[in-house]
Write a protein that binds this ligand. Structure first.
Ligand code: CTP
Length: 437
């Protein structure tokens, strides 16, 4: 039995007004073309699960590209991108909203004509091909039926029971990435993977269905997991299912590893509050923490399995080794600020945060936090122009002088401009030039 319930009110309540207007306009275009059009997938699920979702999926029972063109006609608030091969279109609104339109082809569905109208629809087949029941609801957008919720596969029941279920037994064999999606959704929504679904995951693992996944697809899934709000419980789940070894046979979740993941999380919490305005690859920090137990050879293999570009692979091997040395030095005893600076400067942000996560000593953590929040902004007062005026010949010497000044500043050995001049003259000899103030 299919549930029919109008949830137009919920749409109005949950979605920004401009989005509702766009959906209504789509319904209108559907009416004009004589095609049924539905809101589907994650966007319907999230109406009930209350996490905000601004990627909107729409299925048209007709040609999605033609539909998108008809919709875009005469509007100047969007760009249209079409994919002939898959018969899909993407609308990119100036507001930042994106909408994906897919085609549900009627000719795919050869069913006895005796079925009720909705049962007969090709959108049902489209939804049946999806990963989990919770992602299979559709909301009709056409005219008078705007807001009609169509639930062929008991998605509402599973949402109420908080359970992740596949639609059929071959789901993971057809698409092994769904195993990772199951764990991601389970953790994100605080759901539980259903009994049968769990058995099917175990079967996919047994037959090693992941072997044929390309590096980039495998990495895509891992990255999605590492970018979720809560990462460690999902990794623990991967470990329970013995899925970590799909990435590399030596990848394990020991107590030490778990501790480091917790530290990474705390470091990220600190980072968020520090208001450092620098792009951060959150996934990379978790990735480094997760793979911390691997040696260099194994790390290279892991990067290869995940299809990393040579540049990223090199960045990881090089910086990881440097970060490790940095941890060792900072850990031994409290370092001078200038020394901390020297050690941390060559590292990318994620590796600096890795150092912070890996050190157990408070003074070492503090050194990294001071580096990131204050040291990076310290500059000597004197610049190249001043050195020139002091009579020094431009060349590699300038860098040496400026580095010396910076170190002295960091360590509090100079406070004023005059202190800097004195230091330069003491250390590098007096020159006959005049300093212009
Ligand atoms: N889908 C699937 N199998 C996959 C990937 C996706 O069946 N391996 C289906 C899902 O049913 C999903 C839809 O395609 O609802 C869109 O995919 P995606 O945008 O990845 O999923 P969302 O559910 O929107 O997930 P998220 O909230 O993480 O964006």
């Amino acid at each position: 039995t299919i549930r029919h319930k109008n949830i137009a009110n919920l749409l109005h309540e949950r979605l920004p007004k401009p989005v509702v207007t766009i959906l209504q306009q789509m319904g209108k275009v559907g009416d004009d073309l004589g095609e049924d059009v539905y809101l589907v997938g994650g966007s319907v699920r999230d109406l009930f699960l209350r996490s905000d979702h601004l990627d909107i999926d729409v299925v048209v029972e007709g040609d999605a590209i033609e539909f998108a063109r008809a919709f875009a006609q005469g509007r100047d608030d969007l760009r249209l991108r079409t994919h002939k091969k898959f018969n899909t279109a993407k609308l990119l609104f100036d507001s930042g909203l994106t909408m994906d339109l897919a085609t549900a082809r009627l000719e795919y569905y050869m069913s006895p004509a005796a079925l009720p109208v909705v049962e007969h629809s090709s959108v049902k087949l489209d939804l049946y091909r999806r990963d989990f029941t919770i992602n299979t609801m559709a909301v009709r957008l056409n005219g008078r039926q705007f807001g009609l919720l169509i639930d062929f596969f008991e998605a509402m029941r599973d949402i109420k029971e908080k359970v992740i279920r596949v639609l059929h037994n071959l789901s993971f064999v057809e698409d092994p990435t769904r195993v990772f999606r199951a764990i991601r959704f389970e953790q994100r929504f605080g759901f539980r993977i259903g009994k049968l679904t769990e058995a099917l995951i175990k079967n996919a693992i047994k037959i090693d269905a992941f072997r044929r996944l390309t590096g980039s697809r495998l990495f895509g899934e891992l990255k999605h997991i590492l970018e979720e709000e809560s990462v460690t419980p999902a990794i623990e789940r991967l470990n329970e299912f013995k899925l970590l070894r799909v990435f590399h046979p030596a990848l394990q979740l020991t107590a030490k590893q778990l501790e480091l993941l917790d530290q990474a999380e705390e470091t990220l919490a600190w980072y968020r509050l520090s208001f450092i305005d620098k792009p951060l690859r959150r996934w990379l920090l978790y990735f480094l923490a997760l793979a911390d137990g691997l040696d260099e050879q194994q790390m290279t293999e892991l990067c290869q399995r995940l299809g990393f570009a040579p540049k990223l692979r090199e960045e990881i091997t090089e910086m990881r080794a440097k970060a490790l040395r940095c941890v060792n030095v900072l850990q031994r005893r409290a370092a001078r600020p200038s020394q901390t600076f020297e050690l941390l400067r060559p590292l990318g942000l994620e590796f600096q945060l890795l150092v912070m996560a890996k050190t157990s000593k408070d003074y070492a953590k503090k050194a990294v936090s001071q580096y990131l929040t204050t040291m990076v902004r310290v500059r000597p007062e004197l610049g190249g122009q001043d050195l020139k005026a002091m009579g020094y010949l431009p060349g590699p010497l300038y860098k040496q002088i400026l580095d010396t000044l910076l170190a002295a500043r960091l360590d509090g050995q100079v406070q004023t401009r005059q202190d800097e001049i004195d230091l330069v003259e003491n250390r590098f000899g007096q020159r006959k030039g005049e300093l212009s103030y």
